[in-house]
Design a protein around this ligand. Structure first.
Ligand SMILES: NC(=O)c1ccc[n+]([C@@H]2O[C@H](COP(=O)([O-])OP(=O)(O)OC[C@H]3O[C@@H](n4cnc5c(N)ncnc54)[C@H](OP(=O)(O)O)[C@@H]3O)[C@@H](O)[C@H]2O)c1
Length: 279
Protein backbone atom coordinates (compact mmCIF):
# COMPACT_ATOMS: atom_id res chain seq x y z
CA UNK A 1 0.00 0.00 0.00
CA UNK A 2 1.22 3.53 -0.82
CA UNK A 3 -0.18 6.56 1.01
CA UNK A 4 0.36 10.16 -0.05
CA UNK A 5 0.73 12.31 3.08
CA UNK A 6 -0.04 15.98 2.44
CA UNK A 7 1.75 18.41 4.79
CA UNK A 8 4.30 15.67 5.43
CA UNK A 9 7.03 18.00 6.72
CA UNK A 10 4.82 19.56 9.44
CA UNK A 11 4.26 18.46 13.03
CA UNK A 12 1.18 16.39 12.17
CA UNK A 13 2.40 15.03 8.84
CA UNK A 14 5.65 13.77 10.36
CA UNK A 15 3.75 11.93 13.13
CA UNK A 16 1.41 10.32 10.57
CA UNK A 17 4.37 9.36 8.35
CA UNK A 18 6.14 7.73 11.33
CA UNK A 19 2.98 5.79 12.26
CA UNK A 20 2.39 4.56 8.69
CA UNK A 21 6.07 3.61 8.22
CA UNK A 22 6.00 1.66 11.50
CA UNK A 23 3.13 -0.42 10.02
CA UNK A 24 5.14 -1.11 6.85
CA UNK A 25 3.09 1.28 4.71
CA UNK A 26 5.05 3.10 1.99
CA UNK A 27 4.64 6.87 2.38
CA UNK A 28 4.92 9.26 -0.52
CA UNK A 29 5.48 12.62 1.13
CA UNK A 30 3.95 15.73 -0.45
CA UNK A 31 6.44 18.53 0.24
CA UNK A 32 6.10 22.17 -0.69
CA UNK A 33 9.71 22.37 -1.81
CA UNK A 34 12.38 19.76 -2.56
CA UNK A 35 14.55 21.57 0.03
CA UNK A 36 12.35 19.99 2.70
CA UNK A 37 12.66 16.40 1.46
CA UNK A 38 15.19 15.36 4.13
CA UNK A 39 12.65 16.22 6.85
CA UNK A 40 10.15 13.86 5.22
CA UNK A 41 12.72 11.09 4.68
CA UNK A 42 13.81 11.39 8.33
CA UNK A 43 10.20 10.74 9.40
CA UNK A 44 10.15 7.53 7.30
CA UNK A 45 8.86 8.58 3.87
CA UNK A 46 9.96 6.35 0.99
CA UNK A 47 9.43 8.84 -1.83
CA UNK A 48 8.76 12.53 -2.38
CA UNK A 49 6.32 14.48 -4.49
CA UNK A 50 6.66 18.26 -4.74
CA UNK A 51 3.15 19.75 -4.43
CA UNK A 52 2.08 23.39 -4.16
CA UNK A 53 -1.29 23.26 -2.43
CA UNK A 54 -2.10 26.88 -3.32
CA UNK A 55 -1.82 26.41 -7.08
CA UNK A 56 -2.37 22.66 -7.25
CA UNK A 57 0.93 22.23 -9.15
CA UNK A 58 2.23 18.66 -8.75
CA UNK A 59 -1.00 17.35 -7.22
CA UNK A 60 -2.02 15.11 -10.16
CA UNK A 61 1.44 13.47 -10.11
CA UNK A 62 1.31 13.18 -6.30
CA UNK A 63 -1.96 11.21 -6.24
CA UNK A 64 -1.09 9.08 -9.26
CA UNK A 65 -0.82 5.41 -8.29
CA UNK A 66 -1.38 5.79 -4.55
CA UNK A 67 -3.91 3.70 -2.59
CA UNK A 68 -4.64 6.34 0.03
CA UNK A 69 -4.30 10.06 0.77
CA UNK A 70 -3.95 11.62 4.23
CA UNK A 71 -4.76 15.31 3.89
CA UNK A 72 -3.29 17.66 6.52
CA UNK A 73 -4.08 21.28 5.69
CA UNK A 74 -1.54 24.08 6.24
CA UNK A 75 -2.11 25.68 9.64
CA UNK A 76 -4.61 28.63 9.69
CA UNK A 77 -4.53 28.92 5.90
CA UNK A 78 -7.09 31.37 4.40
CA UNK A 79 -7.82 29.08 1.41
CA UNK A 80 -8.17 25.87 3.36
CA UNK A 81 -11.55 24.93 1.82
CA UNK A 82 -10.29 25.48 -1.76
CA UNK A 83 -7.18 23.43 -0.95
CA UNK A 84 -9.33 20.59 0.43
CA UNK A 85 -11.49 20.69 -2.71
CA UNK A 86 -8.38 20.59 -4.93
CA UNK A 87 -6.81 17.64 -3.07
CA UNK A 88 -10.04 15.60 -2.80
CA UNK A 89 -10.98 16.21 -6.45
CA UNK A 90 -7.51 15.13 -7.60
CA UNK A 91 -7.74 11.99 -5.43
CA UNK A 92 -11.24 11.19 -6.79
CA UNK A 93 -10.06 11.64 -10.41
CA UNK A 94 -7.12 9.30 -9.76
CA UNK A 95 -9.44 6.65 -8.25
CA UNK A 96 -7.73 6.70 -4.85
CA UNK A 97 -9.44 4.10 -2.60
CA UNK A 98 -8.91 5.65 0.86
CA UNK A 99 -9.01 9.32 1.76
CA UNK A 100 -8.69 10.75 5.27
CA UNK A 101 -9.07 14.43 6.13
CA UNK A 102 -7.39 15.75 9.28
CA UNK A 103 -9.93 18.24 10.63
CA UNK A 104 -10.25 19.67 14.14
CA UNK A 105 -12.41 19.23 17.24
CA UNK A 106 -15.67 21.25 16.97
CA UNK A 107 -15.25 22.56 13.41
CA UNK A 108 -18.71 24.21 13.61
CA UNK A 109 -17.75 26.49 16.52
CA UNK A 110 -18.58 29.90 15.03
CA UNK A 111 -16.41 31.75 17.58
CA UNK A 112 -13.31 30.43 15.76
CA UNK A 113 -13.14 31.40 12.05
CA UNK A 114 -10.38 28.89 11.29
CA UNK A 115 -12.56 26.10 12.72
CA UNK A 116 -15.39 27.15 10.39
CA UNK A 117 -12.93 26.82 7.49
CA UNK A 118 -12.34 23.22 8.60
CA UNK A 119 -16.13 22.64 8.52
CA UNK A 120 -16.24 23.99 4.97
CA UNK A 121 -13.20 21.88 4.03
CA UNK A 122 -15.00 18.78 5.41
CA UNK A 123 -17.98 19.60 3.16
CA UNK A 124 -15.69 19.97 0.12
CA UNK A 125 -14.05 16.62 0.88
CA UNK A 126 -17.40 14.84 1.35
CA UNK A 127 -18.78 16.36 -1.89
CA UNK A 128 -15.86 14.94 -3.89
CA UNK A 129 -15.45 11.70 -1.92
CA UNK A 130 -18.49 10.60 0.15
CA UNK A 131 -16.49 7.63 1.47
CA UNK A 132 -13.76 9.81 2.99
CA UNK A 133 -12.97 9.44 6.70
CA UNK A 134 -12.72 12.61 8.81
CA UNK A 135 -10.66 12.82 12.01
CA UNK A 136 -11.41 15.70 14.39
CA UNK A 137 -8.53 15.85 16.88
CA UNK A 138 -8.43 17.99 20.02
CA UNK A 139 -5.36 20.20 20.64
CA UNK A 140 -2.18 18.15 20.94
CA UNK A 141 -0.37 17.60 24.25
CA UNK A 142 2.83 18.11 22.22
CA UNK A 143 2.01 21.85 21.80
CA UNK A 144 3.00 22.43 25.45
CA UNK A 145 5.72 19.84 26.13
CA UNK A 146 8.71 22.12 25.37
CA UNK A 147 7.18 24.92 27.47
CA UNK A 148 6.68 22.49 30.36
CA UNK A 149 10.29 21.36 30.10
CA UNK A 150 11.42 25.00 30.17
CA UNK A 151 9.45 25.49 33.41
CA UNK A 152 6.78 27.97 32.23
CA UNK A 153 3.37 27.43 30.63
CA UNK A 154 2.40 30.93 29.47
CA UNK A 155 -0.92 31.23 27.60
CA UNK A 156 -3.18 34.13 26.55
CA UNK A 157 -6.37 32.59 27.97
CA UNK A 158 -7.76 31.50 31.32
CA UNK A 159 -5.51 29.16 33.28
CA UNK A 160 -8.69 27.44 34.50
CA UNK A 161 -10.35 26.63 31.15
CA UNK A 162 -10.67 22.85 30.56
CA UNK A 163 -8.95 21.02 27.67
CA UNK A 164 -9.10 17.36 26.66
CA UNK A 165 -5.77 17.52 24.85
CA UNK A 166 -4.67 14.46 22.92
CA UNK A 167 -1.35 12.77 22.20
CA UNK A 168 -0.46 13.46 18.56
CA UNK A 169 1.09 9.97 18.26
CA UNK A 170 -2.23 8.41 19.36
CA UNK A 171 -3.96 10.46 16.64
CA UNK A 172 -1.33 9.26 14.13
CA UNK A 173 -1.97 5.66 15.21
CA UNK A 174 -5.67 6.13 14.43
CA UNK A 175 -4.72 7.73 11.11
CA UNK A 176 -2.77 4.58 10.18
CA UNK A 177 -5.67 2.39 11.34
CA UNK A 178 -8.40 4.11 9.31
CA UNK A 179 -6.17 4.22 6.22
CA UNK A 180 -5.34 0.53 6.33
CA UNK A 181 -8.48 -1.22 7.70
CA UNK A 182 -12.00 -1.51 6.36
CA UNK A 183 -15.05 -0.14 8.15
CA UNK A 184 -14.15 3.54 8.53
CA UNK A 185 -15.36 4.77 5.14
CA UNK A 186 -17.68 7.79 5.34
CA UNK A 187 -17.26 8.08 9.13
CA UNK A 188 -16.29 11.14 11.21
CA UNK A 189 -14.41 10.55 14.48
CA UNK A 190 -13.88 13.03 17.30
CA UNK A 191 -10.46 12.30 18.87
CA UNK A 192 -10.12 13.82 22.34
CA UNK A 193 -7.78 12.83 25.15
CA UNK A 194 -8.82 10.87 28.25
CA UNK A 195 -8.83 13.72 30.82
CA UNK A 196 -9.92 17.36 31.08
CA UNK A 197 -7.10 19.50 32.46
CA UNK A 198 -6.65 23.25 32.73
CA UNK A 199 -3.25 24.84 32.10
CA UNK A 200 -3.01 25.27 35.88
CA UNK A 201 -3.59 21.50 36.28
CA UNK A 202 -1.03 20.77 33.56
CA UNK A 203 1.59 22.81 35.42
CA UNK A 204 0.93 20.84 38.64
CA UNK A 205 1.27 17.50 36.80
CA UNK A 206 4.41 18.70 34.98
CA UNK A 207 6.04 19.83 38.25
CA UNK A 208 5.37 16.39 39.70
CA UNK A 209 6.54 14.35 36.69
CA UNK A 210 9.51 16.46 35.56
CA UNK A 211 10.82 17.04 39.09
CA UNK A 212 11.29 20.80 38.68
CA UNK A 213 8.92 23.72 39.19
CA UNK A 214 6.62 24.44 36.23
CA UNK A 215 4.56 27.63 36.53
CA UNK A 216 1.28 28.51 34.81
CA UNK A 217 1.15 32.11 33.69
CA UNK A 218 -1.56 34.16 31.98
CA UNK A 219 -0.28 36.61 29.35
CA UNK A 220 -2.49 39.28 27.76
CA UNK A 221 -3.79 38.99 24.19
CA UNK A 222 -1.88 42.21 23.44
CA UNK A 223 1.46 40.84 24.58
CA UNK A 224 0.87 37.64 22.56
CA UNK A 225 -0.04 39.73 19.46
CA UNK A 226 3.07 41.92 19.77
CA UNK A 227 5.30 39.00 20.81
CA UNK A 228 4.90 35.40 19.50
CA UNK A 229 2.05 36.40 17.15
CA UNK A 230 3.78 39.42 15.63
CA UNK A 231 5.31 37.63 12.62
CA UNK A 232 2.07 35.99 11.47
CA UNK A 233 0.00 37.25 8.55
CA UNK A 234 -2.66 39.67 9.84
CA UNK A 235 -5.61 37.33 9.26
CA UNK A 236 -3.90 34.35 10.92
CA UNK A 237 -3.07 36.53 13.95
CA UNK A 238 -6.70 37.75 14.17
CA UNK A 239 -8.05 34.22 13.92
CA UNK A 240 -5.70 32.86 16.58
CA UNK A 241 -6.72 35.77 18.85
CA UNK A 242 -10.35 34.70 18.29
CA UNK A 243 -9.34 31.15 19.23
CA UNK A 244 -7.70 32.32 22.47
CA UNK A 245 -10.85 34.31 23.33
CA UNK A 246 -12.94 31.16 22.76
CA UNK A 247 -10.49 29.12 24.87
CA UNK A 248 -10.81 31.77 27.58
CA UNK A 249 -14.59 31.31 27.64
CA UNK A 250 -14.94 27.54 27.43
CA UNK A 251 -11.62 25.79 26.73
CA UNK A 252 -11.74 22.98 24.15
CA UNK A 253 -13.36 19.76 25.35
CA UNK A 254 -14.43 16.63 23.50
CA UNK A 255 -15.38 13.06 24.37
CA UNK A 256 -12.57 10.55 24.85
CA UNK A 257 -14.38 7.23 24.33
CA UNK A 258 -13.92 7.10 20.55
CA UNK A 259 -10.13 7.40 20.72
CA UNK A 260 -10.00 4.70 23.42
CA UNK A 261 -12.18 2.36 21.35
CA UNK A 262 -10.25 2.89 18.11
CA UNK A 263 -6.87 2.40 19.78
CA UNK A 264 -8.04 -0.64 21.76
CA UNK A 265 -6.02 0.63 24.73
CA UNK A 266 -5.86 3.58 27.11
CA UNK A 267 -4.88 6.77 25.25
CA UNK A 268 -1.72 8.45 26.53
CA UNK A 269 -2.17 11.13 29.19
CA UNK A 270 -0.31 14.41 29.73
CA UNK A 271 1.71 12.68 32.48
CA UNK A 272 2.62 9.80 30.10
CA UNK A 273 3.88 12.31 27.52
CA UNK A 274 5.97 14.16 30.07
CA UNK A 275 7.45 10.93 31.42
CA UNK A 276 8.57 10.09 27.88
CA UNK A 277 9.99 13.62 27.44
CA UNK A 278 11.79 13.71 30.81
CA UNK A 279 15.61 13.74 30.50
N1 LIG B 1 -1.70 21.78 16.55
C1 LIG B 1 -2.81 21.23 17.02
O1 LIG B 1 -2.99 21.06 18.25
C2 LIG B 1 -3.87 20.75 16.06
C3 LIG B 1 -4.97 20.03 16.54
C4 LIG B 1 -5.95 19.60 15.63
C5 LIG B 1 -5.82 19.88 14.28
N2 LIG B 1 -4.72 20.57 13.85
C6 LIG B 1 -4.61 20.86 12.40
O2 LIG B 1 -3.51 20.16 11.87
C7 LIG B 1 -3.06 20.85 10.69
C8 LIG B 1 -1.56 20.85 10.65
O3 LIG B 1 -1.05 21.46 11.80
P1 LIG B 1 0.52 21.36 12.08
O4 LIG B 1 0.72 21.94 13.45
O5 LIG B 1 1.02 19.99 11.78
O6 LIG B 1 1.06 22.40 10.99
P2 LIG B 1 2.55 22.65 10.48
O7 LIG B 1 3.54 21.98 11.39
O8 LIG B 1 2.66 24.12 10.27
O9 LIG B 1 2.58 21.89 9.07
C9 LIG B 1 1.92 22.40 7.95
C10 LIG B 1 2.38 21.64 6.73
O10 LIG B 1 1.75 22.21 5.56
C11 LIG B 1 2.78 22.49 4.59
N3 LIG B 1 2.38 23.62 3.72
C12 LIG B 1 2.08 24.86 4.09
N4 LIG B 1 1.75 25.60 3.01
C13 LIG B 1 1.86 24.78 1.93
C14 LIG B 1 1.68 24.93 0.53
N5 LIG B 1 1.30 26.10 -0.01
N6 LIG B 1 1.89 23.86 -0.29
C15 LIG B 1 2.28 22.68 0.23
N7 LIG B 1 2.46 22.46 1.56
C16 LIG B 1 2.27 23.50 2.39
C17 LIG B 1 4.00 22.81 5.42
O11 LIG B 1 5.17 22.72 4.63
P3 LIG B 1 6.58 23.38 5.11
O12 LIG B 1 7.17 22.40 6.08
O13 LIG B 1 7.34 23.54 3.87
O14 LIG B 1 6.23 24.69 5.78
C18 LIG B 1 3.89 21.72 6.48
O15 LIG B 1 4.30 20.47 5.97
C19 LIG B 1 -3.68 22.26 10.71
O16 LIG B 1 -4.64 22.34 9.69
C20 LIG B 1 -4.32 22.34 12.09
O17 LIG B 1 -5.51 23.09 12.08
C21 LIG B 1 -3.75 20.99 14.69
Amino acid sequence: MIVLVIGATGKTGRAVTRALASHGIAVRAAVRSADRQNTAYAAGAQSISVVDLESGAGLAEGVDGVDGVYHVAPNVHPDEAAIADRVATAAASAGVRRFVFHSVLHPDDASMPHHLRKAEAERQVRAALPGATVLRPAAYHQNLVDAARSGRLAVPYSLDSPFTNVDLDDVAEVAALVLTRHGHEGVTYELAGPEALSVRDQAVVATDVLGHRVTAEHVSLESWATGPGSNLPEQARAHLLAMFTAYDRHGLVGEGDTLHRLLGREPRTWADLLRAAAP
